[in-house]
Design a protein around this ligand. Structure first.
Ligand SMILES: [Zn+2]
Length: 369
């Protein structure tokens, strides 16, 4: 289990910004070489490029040059030459054990000239991670607009022993951020009210159209994001801590576009907030030895949970009324139950398939020879 901790830091701009620029050039040189020679072998890249680059960029510490080489080759390997990765002059810098050390909250970083020493201001809620988790590496990034450096430290710890417990389906609908199959409703009233407020303010400012109005719109978008991030932290924390539950079944967002949520809400509650919910819930659940799994979201809102009849007319806004068996339920709750049952069904099916060769080796008709 991994956790990333981001902390803003003061680094000497006159040394780090040129370093980031040089490292981007070194990265791109490696990427070009890899493209030309159709290889992502680190040793070959080292032999071909190291001496020349060392001469061209004498200020860059050699260990850092090697880290850049490794990350370039890994990036090429990940894309399999389909796309050649490029770095910009302010792209993040990766550090590993060769180029940085962390003792307590004292961080030492390789840089142009002497190493830079920093005392990190670690927030209370990350103290535990700093003290008991294993440190694996870090990235230094730079936000241009605020002229601020950040370190993202990656820590690792052993996975929690897996908990036994119930399966709960989670659906995300129009009137609720989340509804669980055991009938926990996380209302979206607060979010919708905030959304209306932000939208109204944005419209008014945009109509003004002055330069300061544009600046305000930009600042507001940041506030909106932080508001939503906080909401997501709160609900996923509450959900992850539900006693007796070990598995959360969410809809797989990668396959489909977000369901009908009403135009306005859809615009704001765009995919990133949902992915953020997935991300937050996953790491909070993992820390407790629980799991998040995904199911196919097709028809989950149109299918009756009682008789499994599928019809588009079953669902009317937040009301679900089955045309076949007359089952009435809250639409999101019905969908959440479907998530839960689909997952349970898929795992029991999988178990029966696995058991076939054990109990009846010739049942499938395949010959053992
Ligand atoms: Zn039905």
């Amino acid at each position: 289990m991994k956790r990333t901790v981001s902390i803003p830091v003061d680094l000497p701009h006159e040394r780090f910004l040129p370093l980031m620029g040089f490292c981007a050039e070194i990265f791109n040189a490696h990427a070009d070489w890899a493209k030309e020679n159709r290889t992502f072998n680190k040793n070959k890249a080292h032999k071909a490029l190291y001496a020349d680059l060392r001469e061209k960029y004498p200020q860059v510490p050699s260990a850092l040059l090697q880290t850049v080489r490794d990350s370039a080759m890994e990036a090429i390997k990940a894309t399999r030459f389909k796309r050649i990765p490029r770095k910009k002059s302010t792209s993040g810098l990766r550090y590993d054990k060769r180029t940085m050390t962390l003792r307590g909250n004292q961080l030492t970083l390789s840089c142009i000239g002497k190493r830079v020493q920093l005392i990190l201001n670690v927030p209370d809620y990350f103290k535990d991670v700093f003290e008991s988790w294993e440190f694996c590496g870090a990235t230094v990034t730079y936000t241009k607009r605020k002229k601020q450096f950040w370190v993202r430290l990656v820590f690792e710890t052993e996975d929690q022993p897996r908990q036994e417990g119930e399966v709960v389906g989670v659906d995300r609908g129009l009137y609720h951020l989340m509804v669980t199959s055991d009938a926990q409703f996380f209302s979206s009233n607060r979010v919708r009210a905030a959304q209306r407020r932000y939208l109204h303010n944005r419209r008014t400012l945009q109509q003004k159209g002055t330069r300061s109005a544009k600046r305000r719109v930009k600042a507001m978008s940041g506030r909106e994001k932080r508001f939503m991030r906080n909401e997501n932290h709160c609900i996923t924390k509450k959900l992850a801590n539900t006693p007796g539950v070990a598995i959360f079944v969410l809809e797989d967002l990668s396959g489909i576009r977000v369901k009908q949520r009403g135009k306005k809400l859809n615009k704001w509650l765009s995919s990133w907030t949902l992915y953020q919910q997935d991300l937050f819930l996953t790491y909070k659940a993992e820390a407790l030895g629980k799991r998040v799994v995904y199911d196919d979201p097709r028809y989950t809102s149109q299918k009756c949970n009682v008789c499994k009849h599928i019809s588009r007319t079953n669902c009317n806004k937040s009301r679900f009324h089955c045309r076949n068996c007359g089952n009435k339920d809250h639409a999101d709750l019905n969908a959440a139950k479907n998530h839960r049952d689909d997952y349970i069904l898929s795992t029991t099916l999988l178990k029966t398939v696995e058991q076939v060769p054990v109990n009846a080796p010739y049942a499938s008709g395949a010959n053992a020879s």
